[in-house]
Design a protein around this ligand. Sequence first.
Ligand code: SIN
Ligand code: CO
Length: 404
Amino acid sequence: MTASITLPVSILGSISREEFLRDYWQKKPLLIRQALPDFTPPLDVDELAGLALEEGVESRVVMAQGPESPWQLFNGPFKESFLQTLPEKNWSLLVQAVDHLLPEVGELLKAFDFLPSWRVDDLMISYAPEGGSVGPHFDYYDVFLLQASGKRRWQLGQYCDESSPLRTDTQLKILTEFEANTEQDWVLEAGDLLYLPPQLAHWGTSLSEDCTTWSVGFRALSAEEILCGVADFIGETLADDLRYTDADIKLPEHLAAIDDAAMDRVKSLLNKVMDNPAALSEWFGRAMTQTKYPDQLFAQEDPWTTATLHELMNEDEPLLVIAEGSRLAFRVANEGNWLFADGEALKFSAELKDWVADLSAKVNLDATFIKQTLNLPEASELLVKLINQGSVYLIEEDDNNLLH
Ligand code: SIN
Ligand code: CO
């Protein structure tokens, strides 16, 4: 592992953040040449391959012409011998959520400070020798593709949806038709960055033996996930005696007919139970901070109290950090104030607003911050909760941060 990432003033190059959000975000692709001119990946291909051997790390190998099928998918964790016997060309190794494992890699996420942090899903790293690719496909995620080393050709195609035909001879969702746009066909070199909006077909192929791509993906819940999630969350709180009622009923025209009045009653019951801003806020905050890999969150075996937090101040330069895979968000609203952390919702009073905002923007909680926290009893309680659930942990001297 080498030194940490040097970030430029803006990864958007000559385009302002406002312009990017207005003209490109979720709308159209953007290629930014030399967005990170001094980028040197803090981990090499051997270290990436090492991660793909680890239990609890999500990794894949895709072979364009696999022994059993085209675009054959192999899921990790892998044996070293499997990776060593891969052919010379035409395959790809992908390791998901490397930012959750290595803080040095997670540092790149700071460059995306023009978007809410809770929209970030993860940072995936792929390695491919010449010809390596995951095939023509589309994602439902916005993605920023950073060429970290080597060269990759990116071809962009048509906008796709659920009805776009997919190949049936592979487990991967590979498009049968790829309408290559000749004006959007680029070779990316180290430091170049490509933004792709959701549902745009793309096809990246390695042109060198050292091609690594870092993909920052943004989570977007489907309407189904939102509806089912909210329905479950609110549903649990509803009394059994809240039911469909029809005290206003008129003599039916036909005994078997469901009339408009019946449907209006259903709609108004639904509107009534859904008109619950507090439940909606709480559900959304929990959902957007839900950990991708709950196994990577380590709850304290010996729970802390605020007294433990006080004791910390006897140490030389104590340092607490937000866990690599943790997601924090907050909401301050009429219906309530919440700090969300890894799917948990912690209520707080209005006086704590600045402290919560400050905490949620930090990675390291140093002695000064801990001291400030200790002056606020409610903040101390919140911080202890975060520590006990594993969202914040104490850096021990010999911590190497790989699934600490
Ligand atoms: C890759 O890194 O090879 C694939 C990234 C993507 O297409 O989303
Ligand atoms: Co993709």
